[in-house]
Design a protein around this ligand. Structure first.
Ligand code: PEP
Length: 249
């Protein structure tokens, strides 16, 4: 049985005040212990978040990392610096990083490896653009992104990853993939993983991301191959985020 994971990506949003409200609301929300919950605020809030969440079941994620362990990389943050804040998860390959910061598959791979080496859980984001979907390239694009990473890792390393399928056309647009569209891609990813290693296919958590909200979460999360959600906009609203966590449990 795969335990669902709900992860809230704040992007470059939020504040210390929102962090305080979110951690208080989450701690009084009685979220089922059968759901894992992670919040992913901006770098500047991580140290405070780590302290606020200490002793709670809510875990902490970062939005990206630099692949090197240390050095002259002004403005960047390494995996070990993230760990010091209490971070356990890190997004890698989010479509905004791929598009706005030119992170290609190789840049994604080195970040996944750096995260794994430091004991962090990478949440590998993959997904096609609208043009790619309309050109019938979903399988080529999505499995290409998955393969570049998974084929370069050992089985043990692969087993420590989470994958988030995020169709680019659904991120921040209010346009959600239908549960059937999302399930189809999740099943395709799982079947590829199972071909590589049946235990990997069975055990890997596959999250859906792209305009998941309180009112569509239950339908998406009820699909057999959707094991949770990566939530953007709705993760900034404590009540909505908690409603999604409840829908997963
Ligand atoms: C995201 O940024 O990963 C995301 C899914 O955003 P939204 O929920 O706002 O579409």
């Amino acid at each position: 049985m795969r335990k669902p994971l709900i992860a809230g990506n704040w992007k470059m949003n939020g504040s210390l005040a929102l962090l305080e409200t979110m951690s208080q609301t989450l701690s009084s929300a009685r979220i089922s212990s059968s759901v894992d919950v992670t919040i992913i605020p901006p770098f500047t809030l991580l140290m405070s978040a780590g302290k606020m969440l200490e002793g709670s079941d809510v875990e902490l994620g970062a939005q990206t990392l630099h692949p090197e362990a240390s050095g002259a990389y002004t403005g960047e943050v390494s995996a070990s610096l993230l760990s010091e804040c209490g971070v356990s998860h890190v997004l890698v390959g989010h479509s905004e990083r791929r598009t706005l910061f030119n992170e290609d598959d190789q840049a994604v791979l080195v970040r996944v490896k750096a995260a794994l080496d430091a004991g962090l859980i990478p949440i590998l984001c993959v997904g096609e653009t609208l043009e790619e979907r309309e050109a019938d390239q979903v399988e080529t694009v999505v499995l290409g992104q998955v393969r570049t990473v998974m084929d370069a890792l050992s089985q043990e390393q692969c087993s420590r990853l989470v994958i988030a399928y995020e169709p680019v056309w659904a991120i921040g647009t209010g346009r959600t993939a239908t549960p059937e569209q999302a399930q189809q891609v999740h099943a395709m990813i799982r079947s590829w993983l199972s071909g590589k290693d049946p235990a990997l296919g069975e055990g890997m958590r596959l999250l859906y991301g792209g305009s998941m909200k309180a009112d569509n979460a239950a339908d998406l999360l009820s699909q057999p191959d959707i094991d949770g959600g990566l939530i953007g906009g709705a993760s900034l609203k404590p009540d909505d985020f908690i409603a999604i966590c409840h829908a997963a449990g």
